[in-house]
Ligand binder design. Structure first.
Ligand SMILES: NC(=O)C1=CN([C@@H]2O[C@H](COP(=O)(O)OP(=O)(O)OC[C@H]3O[C@@H](n4cnc5c(N)ncnc54)[C@H](OP(=O)(O)O)[C@@H]3O)[C@@H](O)[C@H]2O)C=CC1
Ligand SMILES: O=C1O[C@H](COP(=O)(O)O)[C@@H](O)[C@H](O)[C@H]1O
Length: 496
């Protein structure tokens, strides 16, 4: 992982496919503006957009400026004014011929030295065909000492088989080292801080195992519903949208073995080893007992009544797509054997919170305060990814007074205590891709292994004749979610 403060992109052209789209306007262009604001994109970096919508170079430049509020950022104006645009179908060889010519112009005018980063920000089913077309046009192969990379947005396929087909398409044009698969969660500051927490301190390592840890809980809770993205979500659901990628990535960083170095491959090797150690739920009875799905219905308060999932635009009124997933996963290795990992994610939950919590075993007995142990929450280390990024260590402390009463207290660290601002996740991933640092990107074997974990559950749900369990918007999921963990004598950290 490159750590220096002097992170600057090398000479190159960033080519965005899907340049007329939502992701480009809402995330990529604002991230590029911020990168120019702090000098990370020198004049030898050029921007090219590709999409079907007819636009001139000037109109694309206007779109760049319109998508961003920038105050006197000269380098951004320069980048947007010099931006080029190629209009055309993604499967038409003429599009790639024009792109080749535009790239040659960039090399001549901006000194971009034949280096290219192709960013695929189109609907996912176009990723494979675009990669194949880039290969056929000779745009996947670097010239001499230069580089060509491809950045792929999630999802990486819909199941293990389609992920393999996408890999095959990418491989017609690129070798694995050239492929940067994005998971924007890995670029969140607190997720990266997991590495610092675990490996820049010696105090945590001795307790990071089954001897001390009782259970791990990962929560990715959103208050929003699917909004405008109903059509997309209908084909995705919470398991593919969040668990297969964000949750399993965070989980593997949190629970992996210490890497032998901070070399990207050493970290990714440990992540994939951990993913391999997660026992897939293969048997039907195992899935029924350890996986819960749910879908939100109308709910909230009278003042803030939220629509049900089936009322959202683009959603089938009889849809059985899951907007909530609860799972118990088990890890078959020496460090974590017998420590359940509870995972929960959903839309329209009561709070926006993403966190990883490690609950510690209770003391063997509580002789000083008999009768309280059932009520006392277990000690826990909580990594808050959002909002209010930080860490908390929760423990029991005596309440002042004559009686010996114990209450939970916590030691907190908040990222707000640093003066430096965290870069937005997309700033981080774009700059890493331009620099060529793959640490925060997902390797092909991690993708395959993650599908291996979620596929059996998705197949089981697809043929399950029972109606999907429902939960009211602004509640913590269906009752089955509470039962999943209560069966083991435990409770979710956040509950209604
Ligand atoms: N939007 C977001 O917040 C996030 C998006 N992503 C991922 O980023 C990628 C892009 O997402 P987003 O920008 O929302 O997608 P859009 O639906 O906005 O599509 C991007 C562009 O692709 C082209 N396109 C759309 N539909 C088709 C089609 N049927 N055939 C050919 N071209 C089409 C359009 O350009 P034109 O018609 O001009 O060719 C469109 O502007 C997706 O893979 C998504 O999963 C990931 C995280 C968040
Ligand atoms: O990838 C996705 O993530 C967002 C949540 O991202 P966050 O950074 O706001 O936590 C989620 O809303 C979306 O459905 C999913 O595609």
């Amino acid at each position: 992982m490159t750590t220096g403060l002097d992170r600057r992109a090398p000479a190159c052209v960033l080519v965005i496919f899907g340049a007329s789209g939502d992701l480009t306007a809402r995330k990529l262009l604002p991230a590029l503006e911020r990168l120019t604001a702090y000098g990370a994109l020198p004049p030898e970096v050029a921007l090219v957009g590709v999409a079907r919508t007819a636009m001139t170079d000037g109109e694309f430049g206007d779109l760049c400026r319109r998508s961003v509020t920038s105050d006197g950022n000269r380098r951004w104006d320069e980048l947007a004014s010099a931006a080029r645009y190629v209009a055309g179908d993604y499967d038409d060889p003429a599009t790639y011929q024009r792109l080749s010519e535009v790239l040659a112009d960039c090399d001549r005018l901006h000194g971009t030295a034949g280096n290219r980063v192709h960013y695929l920000a189109t609907p996912p089913r176009l990723f494979g065909p675009i990669a194949v077309s880039l290969g056929k046009a000779g745009l996947g192969t670097p010239d001499g000492d230069g580089f060509v990379r491809v950045v792929v947005e999630k999802p990486f396929g819909w199941d293990e088989e389609s992920a393999r087909a996408l890999y095959a398409d990418l491989s017609t044009a690129f070798v694995e080292d050239q492929v940067f698969r994005i998971d924007h969660y890995l670029a969140k500051e607190t997720v990266q801080n997991l590495l610092a927490l675990r490996f820049a301190n010696s105090v945590f390592e001795p307790i990071w195992n089954r001897t001390w840890v009782d259970n791990v809980q990962i929560t990715v809770a959103e208050t929003l519903g699917v909004g405008e993205r109903g059509g997309f979500y209908e084909t995705t659901g919470a398991m593919r949208d969040i668990v297969q990628n964000h949750v399993l990535q965070v989980l593997s960083l949190f629970l992996m073995e210490p890497p032998t170095s901070f070399h990207p491959e050493a970290i990714r090797d440990e992540k994939v080893k951990l993913l391999r150690a997660i026992r897939p739920l293969d048997e039907e009875a195992e899935i029924a007992a350890n996986a819960v799905r749910g879908q939100y219905t109308r709910g909230g308060t009278r003042e803030d009544l939220m629509p049900g999932y089936r009322d959202e635009a683009g959603v089938d009124p009889l849809s059985s797509t899951e907007t909530f997933v609860g799972l118990r996963l088990d890890i078959s290795n020496w460090r974590w054997a017998g420590v359940p990992v509870y995972v929960r994610t959903g839309k329209r939950l009561p709070a926006r919170v993403t966190e990883v919590a490690m609950e510690f075993r209770r003391p063997p007995q509580l002789p000083l305060f008999p009768g309280t142990d059932a009520d006392l929450e277990p000690d826990a280390l909580v990594v808050r990814v959002q909002p209010d990024e930080g860490l908390s260590l929760r423990f029991g402390a005596k309440v002042p007074g004559h009686a010996f009463r114990v209450q939970k207290a916590s030691m907190d660290f908040s990222y707000q205590s640093f003066e430096e601002q965290s870069p937005d996740a997309y700033e981080r991933v774009i700059l890493d891709a331009l620099i060529g640092d793959p640490t925060l990107f997902i390797r092909a074997d991690e993708v395959g292994r993650s599908w291996r974990i979620v596929d059996p559950v998705l197949r089981y749900w697809a043929q399950d004749p029972r109606p999907i369990p429902l939960y009211q918007a602004a509640t913590w999921g269906p009752p089955e979610a509470a039962e999943l963990i209560a069966r083991d004598g435990r409770r979710w950290r956040h509950r209604g």
